[in-house]
Design a binder for this molecule. Structure first.
Ligand code: SF4
Ligand code: SF4
Length: 715
């Protein structure tokens, strides 16, 4: 029996390893053909602490998955079973190679190991039951588009669950027989295997030997078949997730947009050649090896899709499906783009058609539909949620870059914005002198830089285009200026010398205009001697703090909520008049998710007497976009429900007197939606949206909605 078992076991192992190996070589060839991305490798070498932290918290600790408590706990159980039950497979290999009664010396007799193995296997079985329930409850057939699994390869997921189930039952079957024939040395430590063994009490020695061999081969066969399946399916993430976490952008794929690269170096437009250099991604071969790694690592869990504001309002964009479409196309085209020139010439037209050789990357009948590409608000919810750190925004922006700079194909409305940026330095095309208008409405002097900042000026107040030119945003600008004045913070503004930071151009994909604006602003800021900058617009804040260093502009940048919260804490600003209102706060994506500023705006509101805050059900890192990011502010929203309307519906569910936020774009988008609701009679006439700085100044200036309490006299 030993020799029969050994021959079957070894033959099966050889065949399956050959099949799996062939697939791994194919996948490796795809990754090798990707464009270089040396920074990914360098940062791994530089940041050893980050490497370890990523593996410990995200891979072993399942940090992101555990944010979804039930599904996360189930996944943690299955993942830990994957690691721990490898020891059972080690034992199985020893039994196969040396005989059923042979054990790893000193190890296979230690009861706690048997206990851990049985316990994690049972936890895994429970996890499978939870996954099954989740998949049935969230079946796309049942709840359609609301399902996070809509668009995922569903049969592959069911096969995966079935295969893991097979691993578990064959393990207990084999170990039960081991116990019945006296070959399980863990004793009652392996309590469940021990109990299963009782099912075989009374069978003869010969029968037990045959059954035990069958159990051993079945347990090994399941693993080998599963291995072949894994390398051909989304379950590849078992092996790739640790790699993807290791090579992710540090600290994450949010905040700064990646600069355009050429040959692994940042692209210099003055020396760039569109025929030689890769301007974004125009075909699948243009993606870097990290892009291919992202595609291969996607688990199809749909967490990104469930949070995407575009998907949630009926648009065709799902971040998950973007990754899956790219992956499917890469797999189809790989035999072509990994082949040599000579081999390519031998492909027939039919073969080329099957390999999608001529399929456009972005087109109506392409891999990605233009409506998908232009629906993205860059809100970052997908990147934030993805348990394996896929960087969707980078891929979307890279494809936009090609469409804008090479194909000149983008929503026409955005073209007006681009022209205005080039000619007037702001998206609305207004005269630069208008940037000073808000100052004339203040009753104190503001320093306007015409050469250098004064010696004692602490902050350069970056007003931003909206803050200077848009009426609603100007209220925030004036409130912040007044608050800084009251707190005794010396600040100056650039006035007409300030130009757009370039954020809308960059997020649209027009890197050339972005670089042009950055160079202009960096020169102005450096000439003025600016060191510390405060910005009211989270888009300006993000761009100045995270993207300007890519092009030589390094400053200490804070958002106004950070500075104001600090001034309140220091006692330099003291809210006094109560504002007896129910207020719900909307997290701007570029302040919250992209820069993790969640606390300070809330801290400011908490210091205003009388304010009662109530969170919307989507808030902080799960906050829902207002619809303006990713240059969407300058595009029509023609498909599905408007994102700002969806967000205001969520705000109305908290029955607020006021909606607060900390971004001029959010202020405009939410304000528009609130006005529509008022016209429909769905919102109270007094409802308004304000920046948290406006709440603060009202309270400080005694303009609350209730009389200020008399100060308590000191004893
Ligand atoms: S960044 Fe936001 S809008 Fe864009 S795909 Fe991700 S979740 Fe959707
Ligand atoms: S991209 Fe990430 S979050 Fe989205 S389905 Fe894939 S693994 Fe899940």
């Amino acid at each position: 029996m030993f020799w029969i078992t050994l021959v079957i076991g070894l033959a099966g192992t050889a065949v399956t390893l050959a099949l799996a190996g062939r697939r791994v070589m194919f996948l490796y060839a795809i990754a090798r053909s990707g464009q270089p991305d040396p920074e990914r490798v360098l940062q791994v070498k530089r940041d050893k602490k980050g490497d370890v932290e990523g593996q410990v918290t995200e891979v072993l600790g399942q940090r992101k998955l555990l944010k979804w408590s039930v599904a996360g706990a189930a996944h943690a159980a299955v993942m830990w079973a994957f690691f721990l039950l490898a020891t059972v497979y080690l034992e199985a290999a020893v039994a196969l190679l040396f005989g059923l009664d042979k054990h790893i010396p000193g190890l296979q007799t230690w009861a706690p190991i048997g206990f851990v193995q049985d316990t994690i296997a049972l936890a895994c079985a429970l996890g499978l039951a939870v996954f099954t329930a989740i998949r049935i409850k969230n079946s796309p057939k049942r709840i359609g588009r609301k399902s996070r699994f809509k668009g995922s390869h569903l049969s592959g997921a069911w096969i995966t669950l079935f295969m893991i189930f097979n691993v578990i039952w064959t393990m207990f079957f084999f170990r039960g027989l081991e116990r019945a024939s006296g070959n399980l040395d863990y004793g009652k430590g392996a309590y469940f295997s021990y109990a299963v063994g009782h099912l075989f009490d009374g069978l003869s020695h010969d029968t037990l030997e045959v059954l035990e061999s069958v159990g051993l081969l079945a347990h090994i066969a399941v693993a080998l078949i599963f291995l072949v399946f894994v390398v051909h399916s989304k379950h590849l993430h078992i092996f790739l997730a640790p790699l993807n976490v290791m090579f992710k952008r540090r600290p994450d794929g949010l905040g700064a947009v990646q600069p355009m690269m050429s040959d692994g170096k940042p692209l210099d437009f003055e020396e760039a050649d569109p025929d030689e250099d890769v301007f974004g991604r125009g075909k699948i071969e243009d993606f870097t090896w990290k892009g291919f790694l992202d595609m291969a690592t996607c688990t199809e869990c749909g967490r990104c899709q469930s949070q995407c504001p575009a998907w949630n309002t009926g648009k065709p964009l799902s971040p998950k499906m973007v990754i899956l479409e790219l992956r499917d196309h890469a797999l189809a085209k790989a035999p072509y783009f990994t082949a040599s020139e000579e081999q390519r010439e031998k492909f027939t037209d039919e073969q080329k058609a099957a390999m999608q050789v001529d399929r456009a990357l972005v087109a109506d009948d392409g891999v990605i539909h233009p409506d998908v590409l232009w629906s993205c608000t860059n809100c970052g919810a997908c990147v934030e949620q993805c348990p394996v750190d896929i960087e969707h925004i980078d891929h979307i922006l890279d494809m936009r870059r090609f469409q804008v700079m090479i194909e000149s194909s983008f929503p026409s409305e955005a073209g007006v914005m681009l022209k205005n940026l080039e000619n007037k330095g702001n998206p609305w095309g207004m005269s630069e002198t208008k940037r000073l208008d808000w100052i004339s409405e203040l009753d104190f002097e503001v320093e306007v830089v015409d050469d250098k900042l004064s010696e004692d000026t602490e902050y350069l107040f970056w007003v931003g285009c909206a803050g200077a030119l848009e009426d609603r945003a100007k209220k925030t600008t004036k409130a912040v200026a007044e608050l800084l004045h009251i707190a005794g913070v010396k600040f100056a503004v650039l006035g007409p010398m300030e130009a757009c930071t370039g954020d809308p151009a960059r997020r649209l994909g027009m890197e050339f205009v972005f670089q042009m604006l950055v160079q202009q602003n960096v020169e102005t800021l450096n000439d003025a001697g600016a060191k510390k900058i405060v910005a009211t617009c989270p888009h300006c804040f993000n761009t100045l703090a995270n993207e300007y260093p890519q092009l030589g502009g390094t400053y200490e940048v804070v958002h106004h909520t950070q500075l104001l919260a600090h001034l309140v804490e220091e006692g330099r600003l003291t809210p006094v008049a109560p504002i007896e209102e129910n207020i719900t706060y909307h997290d701007p994506c570029f302040l919250g998710r992209h820069n993790k500023v969640y606390k300070q705006p809330r801290d400011i509101m908490a210091t205003v007497p009388g304010v009662k805050t109530k969170e919307m059900h989507r808030h902080k890192d799960r906050g829902f976009c207002c619809g303006a990011g990713g240059a969407r502010m300058w595009m029509e929203e023609r498909i599905g429900k408007r994102i700002n309307t969806e967000r205001v519906d969520e705000a109305l569910a908290t029955d607020p007197d006021t909606v607060s936020t900390a971004c001029p774009f959010c202020l405009v988008m939410l304000g528009d939606a609130i006005n529509e609701k008022k016209n429909e009679g769905a919102a109270k006439e007094t409802l308004e949206v304000v920046d948290v700085s406006q709440l603060l100044i009202r309270s400080i200036k005694g303009e609350g909605t209730a009389p200020a309490k008399e100060p308590v006299a000191a004893e």
